[in-house]
Design a protein around this ligand. Structure first.
Ligand code: 5GP
Length: 189
């Protein structure tokens, strides 16, 4: 998505050879019009797939997942991140390490909102090592719902998260691929 590449070049900062600061675009501020365009891109890719729910993980994936759900005319469900969990028989839970925070969190989705009748499109903001995404994929699979595909705004392809999901035979589409952040430069893939 050319417009997104341009905005990344203008508004993102390279923090290290593997981390891109995206506060101005995804993590603190969002441009609603850009979010709607990204939602349209994902919706166009999956419009014929009979999606019944869009699922994401809080928090930075929510705006683009919302835009996608609005375009597809289906509900948005967001998994919660919790540090501690009281046993809840209605919850599907996976423990995942967090790439940026350096901690382990539980992601939780109530069985009420993903059922075996659902065809799910999972949307997320960034994929690095893929721990968060694999956790949510497991939750969706355990729910009995059909995971139709995964839509990612920014795929850092020098880390292997996206490929570990594709290797499971799951469709994964990203709007922008970043091949390298070496030398403080953003190189698209
Ligand atoms: P993963 O589980 O794929 O290693 O990391 C996924 C999450 O970590 C993303 O949803 C995102 O919140 C955060 N993350 C990973 N890499 C980056 C990065 O380079 N920049 C920013 N801003 N967030 C990142």
């Amino acid at each position: 998505m050319e417009q997104l590449k341009q905005r990344i070049l203008e508004e993102a900062t390279v923090l290290s050879s593997d981390v891109l600061k995206l506060d101005a675009l995804l993590n603190q501020q969002v441009d609603p019009q850009l979010m709607m365009k990204m939602g349209q891109e994902f919706a166009n890719l999956y419009r014929e797939e009979g999606i019944t729910r869009v699922v994401t993980v809080e928090s930075s994936g929510i705006p683009v997942a919302f835009a996608t759900a609005l375009e597809l005319g289906v509900p948005l469900v967001f998994a919660r991140r919790k540090k501690t969990l009281l046993a809840d028989p209605d919850a599907l839970v996976e423990r995942v390490p967090s790439f940026t925070k350096g901690i382990v969190t539980d992601i939780m989705l109530s069985k009420q909102f993903v059922t075996e009748n659902d065809r799910i499109l999972f949307i997320d903001d960034i994929i690095a090592n893929g721990d968060a995404a694999r956790g949510l994929v497991k939750i969706i699979q355990r729910s009995g719902a059909t995971l139709v595909g995964v839509g990612i705004v920014i795929e850092k392809c020098f880390q292997n998260g996206a490929n570990t999901i594709r290797e499971q035979g799951i469709r994964l589409d990203s709007l922008v691929k970043i091949a390298s952040l070496e030398g403080g430069n953003i190189t698209f893939g």
